[in-house]
Write a protein that binds this ligand. Structure first.
Ligand code: NAP
Length: 315
């Protein structure tokens, strides 16, 4: 196993991570980005991104992720495809254990983002990829002319339902309350696209053979059960931050988001949090990228202060 040392280690190769990496590398620091799968993070699963400036026709999320990676690598950023398995941020040198060996760094930027929340229903994990999905734009095409359910009442669920309504034969939207959390303007669009709303309801059971064949739906208020034959269920009930590996090292809120203010500084000196994994109000590609630039500013400040102190101590 190799052991390498950098000025800055960035964990997570999404927009926040690669922006921090780009800025730090342009300031002359040695930078590694540890990425589990491919650049781009969550945005890599969107085929059309219209709310990132600079692309008049929008841009494919995977392509945007690759562009961000290449843009950072042009200034010397290294990408290490590795799973982070443990961290120790207690010393002035931060230690990161990964599937590809140990990385040591003087500073760390945490940019691990968030993943879709599961429903927590029996067989949900077994049926993932066999009828249960978490990304309509990634997997929707597999359900062309089929019947699907979207679960959730937020903007993601409604957006998914409208996207799938263009592809699928029939779309149900199952929500646990009797009103949407999503922007009210969507109600008309749902009606116009024949999305059938199933209020006050939850999926009680998945029915399957080799793959999903249907669901049993419970009306939470009346207890009434209803069986619906469906080919797919798209779960869109929010997201959870991917921060478990930092437990006990960096302070988080009750939901697991890394506590950091607009400076991106966490409670651990030399450790910064950016993007969707950080406590913040607006989670967008552009705000994650902005966090990356801000983190780089404070990384530089921290490293210069440490160098100045080290010089002072040697006098
Ligand atoms: P969200 O707004 O938190 O909505 C999650 C939905 O899932 C809620 O309706 C919630 O129900 C439901 N839910 C949560 N846990 C559940 C469970 N265990 N079982 C069943 N239902 C459950 O999450 P989101 O839709 O992913 O959106 C996240 C953020 O991104 C929001 O700020 C959203 O506005 C934003 N966003 C914006 C756009 C856009 O502007 N076009 C698109 C997508 C997302 P309750 O309502 O009962 O809590």
């Amino acid at each position: 196993m190799s052991e390498k040392r950098y000025d800055v280690a960035v964990i997570g190769g999404g927009p926040g991570g690669y922006t921090a990496a780009l800025y730090c590398a342009r300031s002359g620091f040695s930078v590694v980005v540890l990425e589990r799968l491919s650049a781009g993070g969550q945005m890599a699963t969107s085929e059309q991104i219209d709310n990132y400036p600079g692309f008049e026709d929008g841009v494919d999320g995977f392509e945007l992720g690759e562009k961000m990676q290449k843009g950072a690598e042009r200034f010397g950023v290294e990408t290490l495809y590795a799973e982070v398995t443990g961290v120790d941020f207690s010393g002035s040198t931060k230690r990161i254990e990964s599937s590809e060996g140990v990385i040591e760094a003087r500073t760390v930027v945490l940019a691990t983002g968030a993943s879709p929340r599961e429903l927590g229903i029996k067989d949900e994990r077994n049926l993932r990829g066999r009828g249960v999905a978490y990304c309509a734009t990634c997997d929707g095409m597999m359900y062309r002319d089929k019947t699907v359910i979207v679960v959730g009442g937020g903007n993601t669920a409604v957006g998914d339902a409208l996207y799938l309504a263009k592809i699928c034969k029939k779309v149900y939207l199952v929500h646990r309350r009797d009103s949407l959390r999503a922007t009210p303007i969507y109600m008309n669009a749902l009606r116009e696209n024949n999305v059938e709303l199933v209020w006050n309801s939850r999926i009680a059971e998945f029915r399957y053979d080799k793959r999903l064949t249907g669901v049993r739906i419970e009306n939470i208020q009346t207890g009434e059960m209803r069986d619906i034959a469906v080919d797919g269920v798209f779960v869109a009930v929010g997201r959870v931050p991917d921060t478990k590996v930092f437990a006990g090292q960096v302070r988080t809120d009750d939901a697991g988001y890394l506590i950091a203010d607009e400076t991106t500084r966490t409670n651990v000196p030399g450790v910064f949090a950016v993007g969707d994994a950080r406590t913040k109000e607006v989670r967008q590609i552009v705000t994650a990228a902005a966090d990356g630039a801000v983190a780089a500013h404070y990384v530089e400040e921290y490293l210069l202060e440490r160098s100045a102190k080290a010089k002072e101590a040697h006098r």
